[in-house]
Each structure stands twice: as structure tokens, then as C-alpha cells.
Write a protein that binds this ligand. Structure first.
Ligand SMILES: CC(=O)c1csc(NC(=O)C2C[NH2+]C2)n1
Length: 130
């Protein structure tokens, strides 16, 4: 009903605010757009479910997320994929892994600081009812 749409509108505003802050952080530049598989041809052989911040923004706008948990699952894909694709000890791999760890810690810290657990509980009830 209308109250549910009010809740989901507030969820989308919160998720856009979080995602835009991440996309503006220069450390996370490599995570802002899909990996170009013409530039990185073996990417799709290693990473089975690519994800990036621009795709997350699109998913927010097409109402893909009904809970913060679903949003976090996609943002967790971004940094987990980076750890998986960049496992080596060379400086380039190490730098992107460091940035992946920073992305993980930053998004979880924002959610802990800014998400009211009762709000997420209402979102979960909406998800279970659909
Ligand atoms: C987004 C992401 O994880 C990404 C983009 S390029 C890349 N890694 C490299 O280009 C090479 C350094 N070792 C492979 N990782």
C-alpha cells in the first residue's frame, strides 16, 4: 500500500546517497564502471557475477532493491570480485586489493552508522510479503 511505497522511496534515497559517496571517492575509481572485457579479456572467465557502482545505481532506479541487505549483497560482489581477480603479490594487484578492502570497510561502516535497524526490519517485511 502507500506506506510501503513511502518506505521504498526512502530506501532508494538512502541507497543513492551511500552509492554516490562511494562513487566520488577516488580510491574506488576502478569500481565505478563495468570492467571492459575488451581491455581485460579473461575477466569473465574468473568473475562469474560482475558488479560495479554504476550498475548498482541503475538497479536502485529500477527498484531492484527492497532491502539494504540486497543492496549490500551487490556492493559486496564488487570488492569480493576484485580480491578474486587480483590475487597476486605484484604492486598492482596489492593496490586494488587494498582499495577493495577499503570499499568493504567503508560501506559497512556507513550502513552501521546511518541505517536504523527498525527501518531495515520494515523493508524485510515488505520483501517477505511480495
Ligand atoms: C575492477 C577490478 O577488479 C580490476 C580492473 S583491472 C584489474 N586488474 C588488472 O588489470 C590486472 C592487475 N592484475 C590483473 N582488476
Amino acid at each position: 500500500e502507500e506506506q510501503e511505497e513511502d518506505t521504498l522511496r526512502e530506501l532508494r534515497l538512502f541507497l543513492r546517497s551511500v552509492t554516490e559517496r562511494l562513487a566520488l571517492d577516488r580510491r574506488f575509481k576502478a569500481f565505478t564502471k563495468p570492467v571492459d572485457i575488451e581491455e581485460v579479456p579473461d575477466y569473465c572467465t574468473v568473475v562469474k557475477q560482475p558488479m560495479d557502482l554504476s550498475t548498482v545505481l541503475t538497479k536502485i532506479d529500477v527498484h531492484s532493491y527492497v532491502t539494504v541487505k540486497e543492496f549490500l549483497h551487490d556492493v559486496d560482489l564488487i570488492w569480493k570480485n576484485a580480491l578474486e581477480y587480483n590475487p597476486d603479490s605484484n604492486p598492482t594487484d596489492r593496490q586494488i586489493r587494498h582499495r577493495a578492502c577499503a570499499l568493504k570497510d567503508t560501506v559497512h561502516s556507513i550502513i552501521r552508522d546511518e541505517l536504523d535497524e527498525d527501518f531495515e526490519k520494515i523493508c524485510q517485511k515488505i520483501r517477505e510479503s511480495r
